[in-house]
Design a protein around this ligand. Sequence first.
Ligand code: NAP
Length: 281
Amino acid sequence: MEYKTLYNGVQIPMLGFGVYQIPEYDQAKQTVLTALKNGYRLIDTAQGYMNEQAVGDAIKESGIPREEIFITTKLWIQDFSYEGAMKATTLSMERLGVEYIDLLLLHQPMGDYINAWKALEKMYEDGKLRAIGMANCYPHVLADLCETFTMKPMINQVEMHPFFQQTLNLETMQAYGVVPEAWAPFNEGLRDFFNNEVLVTIGQQYGKTAAQVALRWNIQRGVVVIPKTVHEERMIQNMDIFDFSLSAEDMAKIHQLDLGHSEIVNHYDPQWIKQLHQWRF
Ligand code: NAP
C-alpha cells in the first residue's frame, strides 16, 4: 500500500474502501469484513450512510488491531454547532466502538460549519480525532476556510473522476497543503463508466480494466481514492493498481474526458441545497 502524509504527519492509505449506499446491517458488516480480509485498511463511512454500527462490528470481528485500520466518518449538517458536533461525534464513536476516530469530516460546507469546525479542533487537540477535514468544498470555499480556520482542513473529500477532474480544486488543495480525496472515483458508474472507450483502450496496454485505470489516474495526481463495491472480485480488482503506471500520453488522453461539472450532484441548485438541509439522520 502507498500512503500520503497529512500536514500533521498522520499517514493515510492512498486506497480505501467506501461504504455509501450499503445501509442494511448484515450486508454492510459482511462487505466490510470482506474488504478487510482483502487488505483494505481505510474504511470511509458517515453518519448519513446509516452503517457506522455495522462498520464498527466488522472491524471488531475482523480481529485486526485497531491501530492498523484508518476509520473515516462524517457529521451531517443537522449537528453543525459546537455542542452538536461534540455530541454527534460521541455517538459516532459509540457506534463504531472506538476510542478515537482517524479522520472526521464535516460532510458539507453548509449551515454553521464554522462552530462545528471549532469543536473538531478541540476534539483533535484532546486526542479524540487523529485528523480533521472537510468534504465537498469547491476551490473558492476551500480557500475561504483555509483563510478563516485556525487549523486548515487536512483533507478535502470531493467528487473527482475522469469526467469531473476538478483541476482548480486540486491546485488549491496543493497550494494550502490539503490532501485531496476522491469520492465517486467511478462516477458511480454513470456515463457507462466501465465501458468508456478511452479508459478501456488505455487499460488494454497494461492488462487492466477501466476501473483500475481511473483509480491509477487519480493516484498519479496525488489523490486518495475510496471506491465502493459489494462484490469481492471487484474489491480485489480495485486493489490491484500498484504494479503499473500510466504514461504522460495516457494521462493527457484522460484529461480530455473532463466535462468540468458533476452529473451526480449540483451544489449550485438551490433546491438541492434545501434538500440537503432537510435530511436528518
Ligand atoms: P463509486 O465508488 O464511484 O462507484 C460505486 C459503483 O461502482 C457501484 O455501483 C459498484 O457496484 C461499482 N463498481 C465498483 N467497482 C467496480 C469495478 N471494478 N467494476 C465495475 N463496477 C464497479 O461511487 P460512491 O460509492 O458514490 O463513491 C465511493 C465512496 O465515496 C462512497 O462509498 C463513500 O464512502 C464516499 N462518498 C462520499 C461523498 C461525500 O459527499 N463526501 C459522496 C459520495 C460518496 P457494486 O457495489 O454493485 O459492485
